[in-house]
Structure formats: C-alpha cells, structure tokens
Design a protein around this ligand. Sequence first.
Ligand code: GLY
Length: 240
Amino acid sequence: MIEDFLRGTECSLHSLVAGSSYRLLESARDHKRALDGDQGQNTGGMGAFSPANNWNDKLQSQFETEIMQPLLRGLQQGGITFRGLLYPGLIITRDGARVLEFNCRFGDPETQALLPRMKSDLLPLLEATIDGNLGKCSIEWDTRAAVTVVLASGGYPGKYETGKTVSGLDDATKLEDVRIFHAGTKHANGEVKTAGGRVLSVTALGSTLEAARARAYEAASRIHFENCHYRHDIALGETN
Ligand code: GLY
C-alpha cells in the first residue's frame, strides 16, 4: 500500500456519533514531543489547547463534507451503526484537512483542554449518543480558550522514578479557572505521591489563548515534585 506523506500541523476534532447524526466538539491541538520546540521523544502528550489555532470555518466545512459525512455514509452502507466518540486525528495540509488516524475514544490530553470549555452537561450528551437521539442535542461552549500543561516525572518518556511527594496543589487551585487532573498520582500517608510518567494535567481558561497560557503556567509553577518537568511552549508556535 502506498500512502501520502502528510506535511502540515495536527488538529484533533472529536465528535459524538450516533449512526448518521453527529455533533462536533470544539477543535484542539496536542503536543506530543517531550521537549520544547517539538524536540525529544514522542510521549502520550505533554500539553494541549483549545480552540486549535490552525482550524477555521472553511476547514470545518471541508472536513464535514469530505470526511465526516462520507465516513458515516460508508459505515451505514456497510451495515455498521456506530454510536460513540469518534476522534479523527487530522493533519492540516496545504490542500486542506487529511485524516492521519481515527480513534474511538477521547484524546489525551486534548480532553483536559476541551471539557473545561464545555458548558453543556456531558452525561446527557453521552446518553443521547447511546440512545441515538443526538439530533435533538446542541452543545454549548465557553468561548474562552483553554491551555493544558502536563507535569511529568523526570526521565519520562524513558525510565523514571515514582513515589515523589507532590506539593502546591492547593496553592495552584486557588487561581481562578484552573483545574488539575490527576493521571499518575496516588495517596500515601496523607500525601499525594507521583505514581506514573505523566503525573498531572494543569488546565486554565482565559479570555485569550495567551491569558489561558499565562494562567496555566502560573498554576504549574506552584506545583512541585522532585525532577518534575514540563514543556514551556504549549499553545505557542505555528498556525500552519
Ligand atoms: N493525543 C493523542 C491521542 O490521544 O491519541
């Protein structure tokens, strides 16, 4: 099989799908490399932001008519009624959006940036997806931007140590519109300890991407554990 080499920037478009109907969630972008400037090894994701700065209405309309709608028609023609979360990972090329992969799950860490922007309750939307009632649903979004910074254990994505005491969580959550999602932590002796490679995701909302970014980094700087590392350039960089 010969495939196109896709040159461009990535964008994640999640959608709730119930057969032939679907609802797109807002756009998001993640940062997969371990180090600033997209250097270092690939990781599970070192940060994300929403909305994506390489997405626009024109791309969305092309995506819906050339990718989403034909896909759902094809599934139906093949006798497949897909109900769930469909998340195409896209590359925005000079010729428009192209699919790199299809995932049937929420993206990590895009979800940590997306869900704090979702004003609608997620549970009824998931129930409507299962029941095939998405046609009646609309999703309300916070127009503000969200930036998520992942705090990782020293050495991740290679070998890393765990069991380090995490401090500053209360101090970080004192900041307005900041949420901290635990990934690789555990409670031990009344303390929070590191228990994985990607330890925490720190998300902040802001009136602009820059404001959200500044707040996320202020929150991240209040959290400490030995050999903690994170990228300093989340939500910066090329728009395409
Ligand atoms: N952030 C990429 C993924 O969840 O696959």
